[in-house]
Design a binder for this molecule. Structure first.
Ligand SMILES: [Zn+2]
Length: 475
């Protein structure tokens, strides 16, 4: 089967057919770095991460670009309020974003372009739009896109172009526009605002043009996938399509994917309403980053996701079940012929997992298949019907599926520094010599180094403090 995705523009689920066979080029609207991102933003980023991980799991090469908007009205206001430059404010919250992304195990995009590092591309794009008659200047040095010059405007959002923005609050600096629907490509210079001296005059870029310039710079004039939250469909993505296609004459994006909102307490999460929860704040409360990640990815991206203490607790328990199973499989030892039905169980799970995710990243049946496998393997561990090799094989399959999810404790059995390995070996030797005092002393030394040791009928096993029930055998 092939991967099929719901394209917002056509309103259809369609097979993914990359322009270059085997190579998917994808762009995601990233953070505007004026403050810490909230988990609603991260739901959208992690949806893109899940997509990229799955396409890579499926054998595609993926080039993934996520922009950083580091100049806009909110950044300018925030920097002025803090008495620092916009570069300083943006650097601070870019760091915060990257720290949150790392904690939540978001795949690092291949390119993280910043708007202020792409002024030349932005200016060149606006010049083309001016030359082609799709843009015009106003007295204050701003440049607007002329919507009347682009009849396809409104297709993505299914809005009537004649009605757009009519009745919207008119900004003070927008009075020079020919048409209330037109949007700013370039904002003329104003006191107290950053200014770039360019071939189209002094000023700074509008938000929408940044994404067109950066995506086309890094992925070409036409690319496969563009993602963002549903709130970006209009006007941001509508504007991106208009200005990109008006400039190049080519289809800008082949598949548009939009992630639904995160709800908290029955309302959409948004900074504007104060109904927000930030990643760092949640993690500071002691919530496991893997549980938070699971909570954010475990509902289908096109359904609105209700975030609550209950959903977080359910996510934590799901992650713990995976940890406990992998720990049990890693420490499992049983001589014997093995389980003849195991291979069919693992193959069937993988097939169900892939079938679900091929279908527009339908995560719920994929997780259901995985947790059915967890139950089945726990039964076989209790019945001791697996061999040592079976257990290792099952653990490898689960870790392979987790390349897509990114929620298990980590790569295969943990590596320890040599001195800790020596302590474990000394303890195993002490037990073999029935020197219980020495074995207890070594257990205490290991505990002081963050290693919990336990004796089982399969021998000594260990885990790191704080990594959940993820046991490793040693001696
Ligand atoms: Zn964007």
């Amino acid at each position: 089967m092939t991967v099929r995705l719901f394209d917002t523009l056509s309103g259809e689920v369609r097979p993914l057919e990359p322009l270059e066979p085997g190579h998917v080029r994808a762009y995601s609207c990233g953070p505007t770095v004026y403050g810490p991102a909230h988990i609603g933003n991260f739901r959208s980023f992690l949806f893109a991460d899940l997509l990229v991980r799955y396409l890579r799991y499926r054998g595609y090469r993926v080039t993934w670009v996520m922009n950083i908007t580091d100049v806009d009205d909110k950044i300018i206001r925030g920097a002025a309020a803090a008495g620092i430059t916009i570069a300083e404010l943006a650097a601070r919250y870019t760091e915060q974003f990257l720290a949150d992304a790392r904690a939540l195990r978001m795949t690092m995009p291949d390119v993280l372009p910043r708007a202020t590092a792409h002024i030349d591309e932005i200016v060149a794009l606006i010049q083309t739009l001016l030359e082609r008659g799709h843009a015009y200047r106003t007295e204050d040095g701003s440049i607007f896109f002329r919507i009347a010059s682009w009849p396809a405007y409104g297709r993505l959002s299914r809005l009537d172009p004649t009605q757009l923005r009519v009745g919207e609050r008119v900004e003070a600096d927008d009075y020079g526009k020919d048409d209330v629907r037109d949007f700013a490509l370039w904002k003329g210079p104003k006191p107290g605002e950053p200014v770039w001296e360019t071939a189209i005059g002094p000023g700074r870029p509008g938000w929408h043009i940044e994404c067109s310039a950066m995506s086309m710079r890094h992925l070409g004039p036409s690319f496969d996938i563009h993602t963002g939250g549903v709130d970006l469909i209009f006007p941001h993505h509508e504007d991106e399509i208009a200005q990109s296609e008006a400039a190049t004459g080519q289809t800008f994006v082949r598949t548009w994917l939009h992630c639904a909102h995160l709800q908290m307490g029955g309302e959409k999460m948004a900074k504007r309403t104060g109904n927000i929860a930030r990643v760092a704040e949640i993690l500071e409360r002691g919530v496991s980053p893997r549980a938070l990640r699971y909570a954010l990815i475990s509902a289908h991206y096109r359904t609105s996701l209700a975030f609550s203490e209950d959903s977080l607790a359910a996510a934590a328990s799901a992650v713990q079940r995976l940890d406990a199973l992998l720990g049990a499989l890693d420490s499992y030892r049983q001589e014997g012929p093995g389980d003849p039905s195991l291979e069919a169980l693992l193959t069937g799970t993988r097939a169900a997992f892939e079938e679900a995710l091929d279908d527009d990243l339908n995560i719920s049946p994929a997780l259901a298949a995985l947790f059915e496998l967890v139950r089945e393997l726990n039964r076989r561990i209790d019945a001791r019907s697996l061999s040592t090799a079976d257990a290792a094989h099952a653990a490898r399959v689960i870790r392979d599926l987790d390349r897509v999810l990114g929620v298990t404790a980590g790569e295969a059995p943990g590596q320890l520094p040599d001195d800790l390995v020596a302590l474990l070996e000394a303890r195993a030797a002490a037990r073999a010599a029935r020197d219980w005092a020495e074995s207890d002393r070594l257990r205490a030394v290991l505990a002081s180094r963050g290693i919990v040791v336990e004796d089982t009928r399969d021998g000594q096993r260990w885990r790191r403090v704080g990594e959940g029930e993820r046991w490793m055998n040693h001696g």
